[in-house]
Design a protein around this ligand. Sequence first.
Ligand code: GCB
Length: 674
Amino acid sequence: MTNAKKCLSFMLGLCSLVYLADSKGILFPQESETRERKSLDGIWQFRLAPRNDPEMGFRDEWFKKPLQETGETILMPVPSSYNDVTQSKDIRDHVGWAWYDREFWVPKEWMSQRKIYLRFGGVNYHAIVWVNGVKVAEHAGGHLPFVAELVDTANLSSKRVNRLTVAINNTLNQNTIPQGSIFRPTANRYPSGYFTLNYNFDFFNYAGIHRPVYLYTTPTSYIDDITVSTNLQEDGTALVIYNIETIRASAAQFHNDVNFGWIPTVNQDGLSIVVRLEDKTGNIVATGTHGIGYLSVPNATLWWPFSMVEKDEEAGYLYTMVVSLQNLAKVDVDVYRLKIGIRHLGWDNTTFTINGKPFYFRGFGRHEDFDIRGRGIDNVMIVKDHNLIKWTGANSYRTSHYPYSEEIMDLTDELGIVIIDEISAVSIDGFGQELLETHKQQMRELIQRDKNRASVVMWSVANEPQSQKTQAGPYFKEIFELVKSLDSHRPRTIVINKGYQEDKAAEYADIICINRYYAWYSDTGHTEVITASMIEDVNNWIKKFRRPLIIAEYGADTVAGLHSNPQFVFTEEFQLEYLREHFRAFDSLRANTTLIGEMIWNFADFMTGQGITRIVGNRKGIFTRERQPKASAHLLRSRYHYLANELDGYPIPDDLPQPIPIYTPRGNVKHDEM
Ligand code: GCB
């Protein structure tokens, strides 16, 4: 951070977001009066690399000609996972390189006085990209965006069609995040060339171009990055603290320090930055004329989570920050509009607050997962899911177990759904230096992508690592320190499934999340052990670490339509009873400890690898994979609405009994002294 930036942070009495050294912004491509955008989504050509010759495409330079000329291709939708689109087991279970291509046109106006970029929202796991046979990008990490600037070497033309080729590889190893390993048995009973990709996480390793692909332009001098944080003063005035990074066509990169000093200075190239904040109706509520500074917003409308305001449409209030790069004649050279929510997060050893009010997480662990599409983004699915989330009365979820698409995060910002933003570090082990570097790189990319999102209130650095191992201590200490150095405005968490005595990672977190499966993975079927076990467990964690704690997972596989009276594992009756016992524990814990949330595993059934403990996927959803409710969805809905009413005064929906009778604790539950 430059001295000027440090100085501003200090003067404001705030620790602000730090700008990633030497990194370029990853602002979502948008249209504006100075920018254009073209979607490259659609149906592309596709083929797998031959299993017995995985490198063939590179050797034979498939990227130098249309894929159809290299051999047989099939049609493949983008975005989508490729696994479930065909009837082929080979495609579903493919491990290794897969190739895509398509053609595209570039409007002739784009060819001068503009920069042209290609942006992928997410490709799992490793991607190499060529335009007209010229390599333009390479990226590793399955759930984060990457951009390539298409310069002359891509030999781009507006006079003929251009070709985009992408090779992707879903192979994981011990230094990828998440990890995996190739199993290549030598025993005679295996067919020659047999191998599988083994991994320790409980979801299908879907592969494909999972998120939208855009071609877009910026002017040659343009807004490269915007970093915003918000704060509330004691008198209720809101501060929007911002830093704008620009790239200048003429001189060397412009440094904001030049603008520091409270006079609207203009750089040698005559360009200056103008910022205005507009409310939802387009009224300008504050303006600024520096690359770094703050806007004061009296009587700001705050960003509140869903159910913390009476009317749903008031939740998730977003302002638009209009950033212009202007020339001396005050003509816009570039304009970028960023939606921001104004809210303040607070946390200490006992609580977590949003805008000064204690926040109790009632939510879900989820997956980006749907029939046929796999992990491919689908607008119908994401809107349906968020309708269902609101229907249940939930106020939050965790992006288990990887960063979700930007289209989803736009919805959570806008609807006021609170997010624990998780990186792809699921079930990691080994904790070597190379893994650490991959992990840190992904954390940097995630924070760079989501740093301005009001709905993101916490960073989750991992889910269920082997945190009992000695090496986990220094490893996570470093990860947690990195996250704090990048963003001190949000608390950091880690999701632990080990015991409080053996874990070596949670001590570095601000808020602790634990996953617990009493009566499921232990004492299977015995719901009577749940309440006491959970209470004792949580008490132990809180007594030892003195932190707020969230139960980030509890759940039971349930096959929709399977019934048994008395209840039996896998039936809908069992899931109901399992939930009720947990609710008893949670109510007791929230009254007596620093438990600040409960998130059921899972929102919906989802696909996993094949295994004898999974019946065509994980069935712990309260909704089926087709998003229809199991009996438990109605029970959970009653509870979440009851909590919303009790804690935030949110009105109970008309179709639920008023007051809801059955979910308050019954009888006394034993508590250790805190
Ligand atoms: C967990 C994992 C989650 C699994 C879940 C289960 O603890 O975090 O990824 O799907 O358990 O159902 O076993």
